[in-house]
Design a protein around this ligand. Structure first.
Ligand SMILES: [Zn+2]
Length: 437
């Protein structure tokens, strides 16, 4: 039955199907710059909101951690309601929307975050639009986005590239994702593409690691929620690190240093021993690809007291557990060697979303079928970090991450091409269409 419907629709799509977005992918889809204008306008509007999240406030449980995040979430709610879409913004502070479908298909979800990072100034963003882009170095005051360092710029010759003014980030991470999802919502409501129920989620505080701390899990029905929070065009990610923090606290014994022999227990020395025992060849500086790492951070040390954190990442959960055990055994050794009181506390930060993806293989197969249907080539990559999707995995929701087109995220050299955002939108629409086939 499903196959019959699919065939029928394909053959009627031989010309220019009105229910498909007119983007450069696929032989049946002509280029339509007018739709790029909508995407650009949306992105520029969202970029004007000051939504730099505040890690310290988020850690204290303030949600959203920046006032601008809530202003943008409420603005999006109004825009959705103006399109006649049912939107919900409850105590979880996640904006949810459901576009009711006609086709008999499983509900499918998409997610983007409204906050921006604080690695560089993230508020007061003044985007610069480079139309009819001629590939070359982009000079923004003291900031230069070099073609050498950004060979992907050449892909967008003649297109529209957006940068910041050079002294803030741009916020394509993840306002490009927000604009793509909002534009998809408009196309679904105003077009005639058959689809099932589509759920949209806009989260605050992803950059602080608290994006889905609270999630309206009883509101949503989708078992697959694609995050639209990736990077360069064509890349999808269905794997991320497993992450843990091991917190080590050391109590020494401070005495007069002139009469310390046999009595002093120096917490600084014990901390230094533990940190120097972490394998240097398994540090972030020394690893890439699929290798995990240990990294010491937040060290505070004096003779009576020392504390620090060991950040641990590993794609393999057993590997993560082995690393935690290794740190614990080094701490145990320090206890014996230095006679200090060493205590260890471990927190699992997030899990590799590949596990949830593996339990719902349709998440990746649908994504690939959708890309194929529009002639788009996708490349799979593993994220050396986490996303909101990593936390959704704990709820049994599969959340592969889709590209937005953003480059140099969290930096003053951030840039995105509208054409890449349009490709992402094409993929989102194709997923929704294929899910209903
Ligand atoms: Zn992001």
């Amino acid at each position: 039955m499903a196959k019959m419907r699919r065939k029928k629709r394909r053959s009627s799509a031989a010309g220019e199907p009105s229910w498909l977005p007119q983007f450069p992918y696929g032989v049946v889809m002509g280029y339509n710059p007018s739709m790029h204008g909508e995407l650009l306008d949306r992105f520029l509007d969202y970029a004007s909101y000051d939504t730099m999240s505040d890690g310290a406030r988020a850690d204290e449980g303030v949600r959203p951690s920046a006032e601008g995040e809530e202003r943008l979430l409420l603005h999006l709610k109004e825009e959705l309601e103006a399109l006649g879409i049912e939107a919900f913004y409850g105590e979880e502070k996640v904006l949810c929307a459901r576009i009711r479908g006609s086709a008999d298909a499983a509900p499918i979800g998409f997610m983007a975050h409204v906050d921006t990072a604080d690695d560089v100034p993230g508020n007061g963003v003044r985007p610069v639009v480079h139309r009819d882009f001629v590939p070359g170095d982009i000079v923004l005051g003291d900031t230069v986005i070099s073609l050498d360092g950004n060979p992907d710029l050449a892909r967008y010759a003649g297109g529209t590239v957006i940068t910041s003014s050079g002294d803030t980030l741009l916020g394509s991470d993840d306002k490009a994702g927000v604009a793509i999802m909002m534009e998809a919502a408009r196309l679904l409501v105003q077009g005639d593409m058959p689809h099932g129920d589509v759920e949209l989620y806009f989260t605050p505080d992803e950059e602080t690691g608290h994006g889905v701390d609270r999630f309206p899990s009883t509101w949503g029905k989708a078992g697959i929620i694609y995050t639209v929070d990736g990077e360069e065009e064509g890349i999808v990610e269905n794997e991320c690190f497993n992450a843990a923090s091991v917190y080590i606290t050391i109590k020494g014994n401070a005495v007069h240093l002139g009469s310390a022999r046999g009595v002093l227990r120096n917490a600084v020395t014990a901390a230094a021993y533990i940190i120097s025992s972490l394998p240097a060849s398994e540090s972030p500086e020394a690893t890439d690809g699929r290798y995990g790492y240990y990294a010491a951070d937040n060290l505070h040390a004096s003779i009576p007291d020392a504390s620090f954190e060991v950040i641990i990442r590993d794609f393999d959960y057993d590997g993560l557990q082995r690393r935690i055990a290794a740190v614990e055994s080094i701490a145990e050794a320090a206890r014996h060697i230095y006679g200090a009181d060493v205590s260890v506390r471990t927190a699992i930060r997030y899990r590799n979303m590949a596990e949830a993806c593996a339990s719902r293989p349709e998440a990746m197969s649908l994504l690939e079928r959708a890309a194929q249907s529009i002639g788009m080539k996708l490349e799979r990559r593993a994220i050396r970090g986490g996303t909101d999707g990593a936390n959704l995995a704990a709820l049994g929701i599969a959340s592969p991450n889709i590209f937005t087109g953003g480059h140099n995220l969290h930096s003053v050299r951030e840039w995105v091409a509208v054409e890449a955002m349009a490709s992402s939108l094409s993929l989102v629409m194709a997923i929704i269409r294929e899910a209903a086939v």
